[in-house]
Every structure is written in structure tokens, then in C-alpha cells.
Design a protein around this ligand. Structure first.
Ligand SMILES: [Zn+2]
Length: 226
């Protein structure tokens, strides 16, 4: 690198240097939350903590341990009954062990007889040691599910997508595993929003080489959809 920032034709914003925080062995729960806050603000232009306050929901993080088929608490104070139920499902359906990450808006709505109000973020233990480029792309992927499922994309982000985002999003959609769409939730809408977010991240962060670099990293793994 000669220090000169590279701009693609679509970039409207100056590129930022590598985030000082490094992913890897020392990635703490707080750093994960900080990253989610940061990516929400810089790539999607909304305040994640404000979103949680407005929706009156807690935020819980769970790890995916694909060796012991178990979720453990990463952050927040998850309801132990819910964690036990989710772990029972995990034990019964070990297919989930292949999941790399997930985001569930309003998890209480999936369980009967509960007043729990929380969003849940899941991440495979292996991914906590991944490179910063891959980890950020994975978090962007999950934030795309979040902005769709929370209806934020309709309420606050209507302006977010332009015609190029749609073009590349449709290209991505054709490449996805559409047979399992019900499970993956990688709909055409999801692909278009990921395309828009990837273009922005590709412009903002020096460690990416444009839209498709981010998309490829964000779609490298499957994810949970349960
Ligand atoms: Zn996904």
C-alpha cells in the first residue's frame, strides 16, 4: 500500500483505516457489541443501541459450539429457560452445528407463554478467531437479516438501495442456494440489501477490495435461521 486511498467510482465517502481492534483470540464480548454498533452506524447509518431502546428489547449473544452441540452465553443475560430450550433443539437437530452465525429479532415470539423481549445474536466459536475482514462481513450479513426482520428497512432505510445495488443483488440471488431459501432466508430482498451494505463497506474500509469482496466473505458460510 502506498498510503493513497483507493476509491471506486461509486464511493462517496473517504475510506477509513483498519479498525484498531483486531479480531482473533482476544475478541471479547464487548468488542463484538462495539463492532455491531460501529457497523450499524457507519454502514447502515442507524444507531443500534437506539434501535434496541425503541423496540424495548434486550440483546443477547450466544456462541455456537459445534463440537459439543451447545450454545453458551456470550453477552447479555439470556433467560435460562430459553437457552435450555434452544440447546435441546440444537441437540436434536445437529445440522445447526454447520451454522456460522445468526440473528433473531424478538426471540420471544418463537416461544409460547413467554414475555421475553430480546434480539439474539449467535456466532460460531471458530468465527471469533477469524480475520477482521471475514468477521466484519459476517456481522454485516447478520445485520442485513436484522434490518429486514425488524422492518427497519421499510421504516428508516427506504433510501438505502440504488439501482446498482439492485443489479448486483439480483446477480447474487441467482448464485445462492435458492432450494433452501426458507431455511436460509437469503431472499432476493436480502441479497439486494447485502449488495448495498457491501458496496458501502467496500468504500468505507480500506481492508476491502470493493463490493464483491465483501459479498463473497459475507456469503462464505451458511447461517442459522431457526
Ligand atoms: Zn443469512
Amino acid at each position: 500500500m502506498n498510503g493513497e486511498p483507493v476509491h471506486s467510482a461509486d464511493c462517496q465517502v473517504p475510506r477509513l483505516p483498519l479498525m484498531s481492534m483486531l479480531a482473533g483470540e482476544n475478541m471479547t464480548p464487548k468488542e463484538i457489541i462495539d463492532k455491531i454498533n460501529k457497523l450499524s452506524k457507519e454502514v447502515f447509518e442507524f444507531d443500534f443501541q437506539e434501535y434496541l431502546l425503541d423496540s424495548k428489547r434486550d440483546f443477547w449473544g450466544l456462541t455456537i459450539d459445534n463440537i459439543n452441540f451447545k450454545h453458551n452465553v456470550l453477552f447479555g443475560n439470556p433467560d435460562s429457560d430459553i437457552v435450555n430450550q434452544v440447546n435441546r433443539i440444537f441437540q436434536q437437530n445437529r445440522e445447526d452445528a454447520r451454522c456460522e452465525a445468526g440473528y433473531r429479532v424478538d426471540v420471544g415470539s418463537y416461544f409460547r407463554n413467554t414475555k421475553i423481549q430480546a434480539d439474539v445474536f449467535l456466532i460460531n466459536l471458530d468465527r471469533l478467531n477469524d480475520s477482521i475482514e471475514n468477521l466484519d462481513a459476517l456481522l454485516l450479513h447478520e445485520l442485513c437479516h436484522m434490518v429486514i426482520d425488524s422492518k427497519m428497512i421499510e421504516k428508516k432505510l427506504a433510501h438505502y438501495v440504488n439501482s446498482k445495488d439492485i443489479y448486483h443483488g439480483k446477480r447474487l440471488y441467482k448464485k445462492t442456494d435458492r432450494y433452501n431459501e426458507r431455511y436460509t432466508r437469503h431472499t432476493e430482498e436480502f441479497c439486494i440489501i447485502l449488495s448495498a451494505a457491501s458496496q458501502r463497506a467496500g468504500c468505507i474500509y480500506e481492508h476491502y477490495n470493493g463490493r464483491w469482496d465483501v459479498i463473497d466473505r459475507a456469503m462464505k458460510h451458511g447461517d442459522i435461521s431457526r
